[in-house]
Design a protein around this ligand. Structure first.
Ligand SMILES: [Zn+2]
Length: 119
């Protein structure tokens, strides 16, 4: 029988679990699970502080925060021609927000990205 390592909750020692069958007369009643250091008896296996028990994974890969894809617009992309307020007609380009003529390569603080048309 292999030694089962525990960290005893009663004596706090790294210890070994002593597993002994319990009998009531000739009838096996279960097992007694005791600490070999201090003799503390555990009510059942769920209480046994196994050293190598499979601990529930606290961090699962699927729970790992996904690296948010931050869409970083460079300043070069805040051009009027990418702005939803940008209006082009055959003669002038203008900003519908400011009501003024703009250049396609202008930038402004009120830049709002033009929604990408759904194809
Ligand atoms: Zn103990």
């Amino acid at each position: 029988m292999s030694n089962i390592e525990i960290i005893c909750t009663a004596c706090g020692q790294e210890s070994l679990l002593k597993r002994m069958p319990k009998y009531d007369g000739f009838k096996k009643m279960g097992e007694s699970l005791t600490c070999t250091s201090c003799g503390h008896e555990y009510a059942d296996e769920a209480e046994v502080p196994f050293t190598h028990q499979c601990k529930p994974k606290v961090f699962d890969d699927s729970d790992a925060p996904r690296i948010a894809k931050v869409f970083q617009e460079s300043e070069a992309e805040c051009l009027c021609r990418h702005c939803k307020h940008y209006v082009v007609n055959p003669f002038i380009q203008r900003c519908s927000r400011h009501g003024k003529t703009v250049e396609a390569t202008d930038t402004c603080r009120n830049f709002e990205k033009k929604p990408v048309p759904k194809l």
